[in-house]
Design a protein around this ligand. Structure first.
Ligand code: 5GP
Ligand code: MN
Length: 322
């Protein structure tokens, strides 16, 4: 665990920052928040960001235009920081830069993260990586740019301060951020709630085609390659669909998947508390949190569903719910 982040980072000339593939709001907020913060601390250091390009709606954050999608860097970094990634496989192209750095630091909140890098700081109780960073960052180097990036991340991972991961410490962290001059509701409106017409159509389609099973305790839906191509959609356009499935009355577990290759699905799992979906996802090589997890699986939609169902059903039976 890290007590003093700046002491841990030391006095580097070069710093690299990365997050996980298909970065979500917490990942983007953490990476760009770290960039803005370290830019205030290390005025002379060369700071680089390596990340899959996040959606355009995040372009109001400082450093967005500095994001390097090429992952190409000729030298070795003094310090390389990995944020919000539960395992090293999820930083894909940045792994060589991370492993090759003089010092590698991992900061994360996934319960499935057993820790990697020279120094790691994992707080599974934290709502978000941005909440952890808010605690680790020193007031002296905070400013509006840092605060709004961290606020964005906390808002996303807590479903705008609603999910059960939102605790007293989350609000303490938020109280540190909201004193800066930014419009929090504009951020949540424009990056969390607002959907394009196409995204709403995909949501509608997913709800229409969803199936309810296991006595109404489980709901599942999927979007196949053909539909993705028809709408010109990418995985990012499907964010939030699984959460809508999850709030179906009576449901314990929601499963949403989309086809990413031939007979290959990216799976999102959500639990309302009785089932540990991090365990289910970990069994299939993925991971995440107790109530929100994911993995990639092979087979048809029904193959994948059957495989997942076995594990979910067992947990529901063990909990006396089925
Ligand atoms: P989502 O369903 O929103 O993609 O992901 C939910 C949570 O599970 C996120 O915290 C995400 O980081 C984690 N997660 C999703 N897919 C994977 C995966 O393939 N591997 C691991 N380790 N974690 C994942
Ligand atoms: Mn996160």
């Amino acid at each position: 665990m890290i007590d003093n982040l700046l002491k841990e980072i030391g006095n580097p000339d070069t710093i690299g920052i990365t997050g996980h593939v298909r970065p979500d709001g917490d990942c983007v907020g953490a990476v760009l928040g770290m960039y803005a913060y370290l830019s205030n601390v290390y005025k002379d250091a060369k700071i680089r960001i390596f990340l899959e390009k996040p959606a355009e709606m995040y372009s109001f954050l400082k450093g967005y235009d500095q994001i390097d999608e090429s992952f190409a860097y000729p030298g070795q970094f003094d310090v390389f920081i990995c944020l919000d990634s539960g395992d090293i496989d999820r930083i894909e192209k940045a792994d060589k830069l991370f492993l090759g750095a003089r010092k590698s630091i991992c900061i994360d909140h996934h319960v499935s993260n057993s820790g990697f890098g020279d120094v790691f700081h994992v707080e599974p109780e934290a709502s978000s990586t941005c909440e952890i960073l808010t605690r680790l960052f020193e007031d002296e180097y905070m400013d509006t740019e840092v605060a709004r990036a961290l606020y964005t991340g906390i808002a996303h991972d807590t479903g705008v301060f609603r999910y059960s991961c939102t605790g007293p410490d989350t609000f303490i962290a938020l109280s540190k951020l909201v004193k800066y001059d930014f419009d929090g509701s504009k951020i949540t409106d424009e990056t969390f709630y607002q959907k394009t017409y196409m995204q709403n159509q995909l949501l509608g389609r997913s709800l229409l085609e969803s199936i309810l099973f296991m006595d109404g305790k489980c709901i599942a839906s999927s979007i196949d390659r053909r539909a993705m191509d028809f709408y010109g959609a990418t995985g990012k356009d499907l964010d939030g669909i699984v959460n809508q499935l999850q709030i179906t009355k009576g449901v314990e577990v929601a499963i949403f998947m989309h086809e990413i290759g031939t007979l290959e699905y990216k799976v999102s799992l959500r639990s309302n508390g009785k089932v540990n979906v991090a365990d289910v996802a970990s069994y299939f090589g993925g991971g995440g949190h107790v109530r929100a997890a994911g993995c990639t699986m092979n087979g048809t939609f029904y193959d994948v569903l059957n495989n997942l169902s076995l594990h979910i059903e067992k947990q529901l039976k063990d909990a006396g719910i089925l």
